[in-house]
Design a protein around this ligand. Structure first.
Ligand code: SR1
Ligand code: MG
Length: 411
């Protein structure tokens, strides 16, 4: 029988069922457990264990020593500790927007958490063109709380530095440094590029020296700005959703970085869903309705985030320095500038880099696929180049509409 108490090994489905029975205080002794690996992410193994007698279920997530997507990425399984601790912290800072964590096991590098099978992964729900009217309200609260309450604005500075130390996450950061900030900007051998896009990318991205200079600046912002304890990978595949409920999970990329990184990721991934809607919904009324919903959501996410961030600042800022008139508006301005830049980077790296998103790859026909990719890249470039002036929800929406106009219609 497998021993889960001595040495790490990668668990099979039957190991996980046994683990749940013997190591967790969750199922009763008469439980009949069945286990299935359900993970479709790039890094980890996710198991759903269900008791066929009571119907009770749980999720067990185990980190492997290398990424699922490629053995090139050797990763510290410590990411599972970071993930479990951050989920617990997020539970305190933004209650009801995260799954409950039941246990963390530093030997097997796995954690057990609430099964959210009544929710759907947000990316897949958006690909089915479902709408979630409360999403902007939920995610803006989540981001304002988790980003401001972990910053120097609110935390005592030595306590904040201890947090920076505890959540140093060099290997996962390196993935973002390479995949988000470096590889999309040259002809990197592991970039995945859709046939027909090569010329557009060479001409508009790789040969644009002004753009490359700005991406050098934004990369160093990511490397050096230990502003907030960010989620670090807040795309729609890291969110479970159902009508009236939003749950953010998978914070294994968390570290102290620029607050705008999370907000920018949300904006970019809503744009992918918008591009998918434009490219795949045949009925014009339905298409207009779904795409308008996404533009409104982007606008609301940015504006609600700003409003809640300022309100929370007023209530929680720690010292007289943070109370200095004009400072909070200045600081928020820098977060929105970074939001714009990161939205641009996320759009670029999912079109040009190693880790594309399903919203785009699912578009089978050539014309709409190339339209979607070119529109996303055009918006991306504007977000990076014009980041200093992009501040309101309306500014973000206008960038997408300007990119759409520039590329033209494919129909
Ligand atoms: C090698 S990991 C590729 C991507 O998957 C994760 O979800 C992150 O977004 C990462 O960049
Ligand atoms: Mg992930």
């Amino acid at each position: 029988m497998a021993d889960f108490t001595k040495e790490y090994f990668r668990m099979s489905e039957s190991d996980v069922a046994l683990y749940a029975h013997s190591r967790l205080d969750f199922f009763d002794m008469h439980a009949q457990l069945s286990c299935c690996e359900i993970g479709d992410g790039n890094l980890n193994y996710v198991f759903r264990v269900i008791d066929t007698v009571s119907g009770k279920s749980i999720i067990i997530k185990q980190a492997g020593p290398v990424a699922r997507i490629s053995d090139d990425f050797k990763l510290s399984p410590d990411r599972n500790r970071i993930e479990s601790e951050i989920l617990r912290l997020h539970q305190e800072l933004a209650p009801s927007f995260v799954p409950e964590v039941y246990s963390y096991d530093p030997i097997m590098n796995c954690c057990a958490m609430e099964d959210l099978s009544d929710h759907q992964m947000m990316r897949l729900a958006l690909i089915e063109h479902k709408k979630f009217p409360q999403f902007a309200e939920h995610i803006s609260t989540f981001m304002a709380n988790t980003l401001l309450l972990t910053s120097d604005v609110v935390l005592e500075h030595k306590a904040k530095k201890a947090m920076v130390k505890n959540y140093i996450n060099p290997e996962l950061c390196e993935i973002s440094e390479d995949l988000v900030y470096t590889e999309p900007f040259y002809d990197c051998p592991r970039n995945i590029i859709t046939p027909g896009m090569e010329g557009f990318i060479k001409e508009n991205i790789w040969s644009d020296q002004a753009l490359l200079l700005e991406t050098a600046k934004t990369k160093h912002e990511f490397l050096t700005n230990a502003q907030s304890l960010i989620h670090g990978d807040l795309h729609t595949g890291s969110i479970f959703i159902k009508e009236g409920s939003t749950k953010v999970f998978d914070p294994e990329f968390a570290f102290y970085g620029p607050a705008g990184y999370d907000v920018g990721n949300i904006v970019a991934n809503l744009i992918f869903a918008w591009a998918n809607g434009k490219a795949t919904i045949l009925d014009p009324t339905q298409r207009g309705d779904f795409c308008a919903y996404l533009m409104e959501t982007i606008q609301e996410v940015v504006d609600l985030f700003s409003k809640k961030f300022l309100k929370l600042w007023k209530e929680q800022a720690r010292t007289r320095v943070e109370g200095c008139p004009g400072f909070k508006e200045y600081y928020l301005g820098t977060v929105l500038r970074d939001t714009s830049a990161v939205a641009g980077h996320e759009l670029m790296r999912r079109i040009i880099g190693l880790a594309p998103v399903k919203d785009i790859t699912i578009i089978e026909e050539e014309k709409p696929r190339l339209w979607a990719e070119k529109t996303c890249l055009t918006a991306a470039k504007m977000f990076i180049m014009e980041r200093e002036r992009i501040k309101t929800g309306d500014d973000f929406v206008k960038v997408v509409l300007a990119a759409e106009k520039q590329i033209g219609d494919f129909r």
